[in-house]
Design a protein around this ligand. Structure first.
Ligand SMILES: [Zn+2]
Length: 206
């Protein structure tokens, strides 16, 4: 492997990795598409007569969060995200769920800093908003592939298969991948691809 090729291949690997999970080490460029899919998902479920359950108050939201924390899914997803909390090794992370007293009027239903989930008292007291914010707390502080993958698992487990299916369909409609990340090309395959592209480029220039 020549040095320049080695460097270029390393660059390719880095670019590939960041493309597979946009937002993790790069700009959160799939955020808007993710929101659009979620809005379509919520209205589709309403049309099916299965709207996302709402909470009457913050206590109900806290109860729902506790149910998630006690499940087997929560620590499993936490571990899969590669989160190792040394300060809290034997207790899985349990974000606090609080209510935003005054609505900011900016249309944000919920938000999180990774350890506290804040729900808007007018627009954020529903199970989907809570699950979305809790997924961020699992270590996906963006809306890329790994976020969506974990989100679908939580939705399937705590809302049900119908909800998961619809959300997945909406992600697909918006061309948002939510399965396993694609493997990068091997060095040999990458070299072949580069040669092919070079030939195409040279062909165009002639
Ligand atoms: Zn979000």
């Amino acid at each position: 492997m020549r040095l320049t090729e080695k460097t270029l291949y390393q660059k390719y690997l880095m670019r590939h990795e960041s493309k597979q999970n946009r937002g993790h080490k790069s700009r959160d460029s799939e955020r808007l598409k993710c929101y659009r899919s979620e809005w379509a998902f919520q209205s589709a479920m309403k049309q099916k007569g299965m709207p996302v359950p709402t909470f009457a108050n913050i206590k109900e939201a806290e109860r729902f969060a506790k149910k998630i924390y006690k499940s087997k899914t929560w620590p499993r997803l936490y571990a899969e995200a590669g989160q190792t909390d040394f300060m809290n090794l034997f207790r899985f992370k349990r974000p606090e769920v609080v209510l935003k007293q005054q609505s900011s009027g900016r249309g944000t239903n919920g938000w999180t800093n990774g350890s506290t989930v804040t729900l808007d008292k007018y627009s954020g007291l529903d199970a989907y908003t809570l699950i979305h914010e809790l997924t961020h707390c699992l270590g996906h502080m963006h809306h890329g592939r790994s976020f969506r993958k974990a989100l679908l698992r939580l939705v399937g487990t705590f809302l049900g298969a119908e909800y998961k299916k619809e959300l997945k369909a909406q992600f697909r409609k918006n061309k948002l991948a939510c399965g396993e990340a694609k493997q990068p090309l091997s060095f040999e395959k990458w070299k072949e691809m580069r040669q092919r592209m070079e030939m195409i480029r040279n062909g165009k220039n002639n």
